[in-house]
Design a protein around this ligand. Structure first.
Ligand code: 5RP
Length: 219
């Protein structure tokens, strides 16, 4: 395991404490979450099931023998565990590097508690060094890119040869200086054709577990 992978595993292990009393959990997407799914097996966690944020996570959960539940059949997601691409001091996030941002945002909104698991490399003072993903209806891709560029700046890049689990496309906006994440999240979500922007600022994470070489910091 690389040193970064070791940190991902450590933050994933720390998240186990937060799901102890949960019957139903939400499970995000990405390499850090994959460690968390491994921990569910290693710690023999007994849950009723999990609501999954992507086809990739669904497959891994099924391989681990964990029932995957449809959000429509679930009254409450006690806790949602997911990673992030960037985290600021207000627990606001950029997500969607893996392209699962829309389902991730639905679960983050539906859950009682969102616990975000990251290694220290994800911590930033201001969001925006990581390209901001936007899931769009395919026919709106160029229009949305032009709108974003003219209104907010940045350089949009089409994530070519990538189709989301919802059958849509992604544009990544490079070089944005995100000084007001809540306003930007609202404004981008209002552009016709946008499904979701990967800013999690209106509803940030509740808890961030940050792994460094020698400790887990809880924020
Ligand atoms: C997927 C995501 C992931 O949470 C994010 O990309 C972090 O991934 P990783 O844990 O592999 O660094 O938002 O859409």
């Amino acid at each position: 395991m690389t040193p970064q992978d070791q940190k991902k595993r450590k933050t994933a292990e720390a998240a186990i404490e937060y799901i102890k009393d949960a019957r139903v959990i939400g499970v995000g997407t990405g390499s850090t979450v994959n460690h968390f799914i491994d921990c569910l097996i290693d710690f023999k966690i007994d849950i009723e099931g999990a609501v999954s944020s992507s086809e990739g996570t669904t497959q891994r959960l099924k391989e681990a023998g964990i029932p995957v539940l449809d959000l429509n059949d679930v009254d409450e997601i006690r806790v949602y565990i997911d990673g992030a691409d960037e985290v600021d001091p207000h627990k606001q996030l950029i997500k969607g590097g893996g392209g699962a941002l829309t389902r991730e945002k639905i679960i983050a909104d539906a859950c009682r508690q969102f616990v975000c698991i990251v290694d220290e490399s994800k911590m930033v003072e201001t969001l925006g060094a990581f390209p901001l993903p936007i899931e769009v209806i395919p026919m709106s891709r160029s229009y949305v890119a032009r709108q974003v560029m003219s209104r907010f700046g940045g350089q949009p890049e089409w994530r070519e040869n990538f189709i989301t689990d919802n059958g849509n496309q992604i544009i990544d906006i490079h070089n944005l200086d995100i000084t007001d994440p809540i306003a930007l999240e609202k404004a981008i979500n209002d552009i016709p054709g946008v499904i979701t922007v990967g800013l999690f600022a209106i509803k940030p994470a509740d808890i961030i577990l940050i792994a460094s070489d020698d400790e887990i910091k809880v924020m």
